[in-house]
Design a protein around this ligand. Structure first.
Ligand code: OAD
Length: 256
């Protein structure tokens, strides 16, 4: 594990391989932090004294759906007013340069998309905050159809509508899970970047390790240590908006 000159490392790696650059990027809340979107854990992870990690649960919605809707409405508003940062833009640039690319993001915001990353290149494994869905049946729709002042109900079965996100303890969406599995099954990656996530979920660590299984670089971008750190071939202990543009520029200039 090193915190040395990334460009030198990538130059050496590129000289040793003539590869098709296959890339997996995994992001979490830290990548949107510099766009002003609060993270889930740590100092930022509170809203009106409630812990964000506890609000994003089915139990919280059952107990107080209005409170949870208010939290998501405020988050949605904040996201709408935010702009993608240099980290989001660097990832979109990497996607354009790589031969094969997939982003798996735990973020429910649309900042990767607004930075120019196509939906086909991205899996939002924890859902999308701009979609709502029925608590009971399969009905889903765009958030714009909901009215802010009332608790929205399903037009089909009258159960409460809820944000179209995955809450702690819930199953991941099957189709999105399959997209990640298919990408990993098709081959190992030359470059895996894990940025701005505490990597608390086993599947995040598992995907990063599977993708880098054949000696690919595994770069972690995070000011703090996480469970991924021990497996990383390189660590960038910096904010994503600073580290990602540098990493992407080094990769792009030495791989083509
Ligand atoms: P967390 O809030 O748990 O972690 C944010 C991570 O970003 C931490 O490891 C920080 O050290 C790091 N960080 C903070 N600022 C950063 C910056 N400027 N640049 C880079 N890194 C920075 O967010 P996630 O790991 O994304 O799930 O949380 C995972 C999931 O837990 C969320 O998707 C959410 C939550 O429960 C659900 O809602 C299902």
């Amino acid at each position: 594990m090193r915190q040395t000159s990334l460009s030198v490392d990538l130059e050496t790696a590129a000289a040793c391989r003539s590869y098709i650059m296959r890339v997996l990027v995994i992001t979490g809340a830290g990548v949107s932090a510099e766009s002003g979107i609060p993270t889930f854990r740590g100092e930022d992870g509170y809203w009106r004294n409630f812990s964000a990690a506890k609000l994003a649960t089915p139990e919280a919605f059952e107990r107080d759906p209005k409170l949870v809707w208010e939290w998501y409405s405020e988050r949605r508003q904040r996201i709408s007013n935010a702009r993608p940062n240099a980290g989001h833009e660097a990832i979109a640039k990497l996607a354009r340069q790589a031969d094969e690319f997939l982003l798996v993001t735990q973020n429910v915001d649309d900042l990767h998309f607004r930075a120019g990353l196509a939906n086909e290149a991205m899996v939002q494994i924890h859902g999308n905050i701009f979609v709502t869905r029925c608590c009971r049946c399969d009905f889903r729709r765009d958030y714009n159809h909901e009215h802010e002042d009332v608790l929205p109900r399903c037009p089909g079965c009258a159960a409460l509508m809820r944000p179209g996100v995955v809450w702690f303890g819930e199953r991941l969406p099957w189709s999105e899970l399959q997209r990640v599995e298919n990408y990993l099954d098709r081959g190992a990656c030359d470059l895996v970047v894990v940025a701005g996530t505490t990597a608390t979920f086993g599947y995040i660590i598992n995907w990063a390790l599977r993708a880098s299984r054949c000696g690919g670089e595994l770069i972690e971008v995070n000011p703090e240590e996480t469970p991924i750190s021990q497996f990383a071939t390189q660590l960038a202990r910096e904010p994503a908006a600073i580290a990602l543009p540098r990493i992407v520029d080094a990769t792009v200039s030495y791989s083509h």
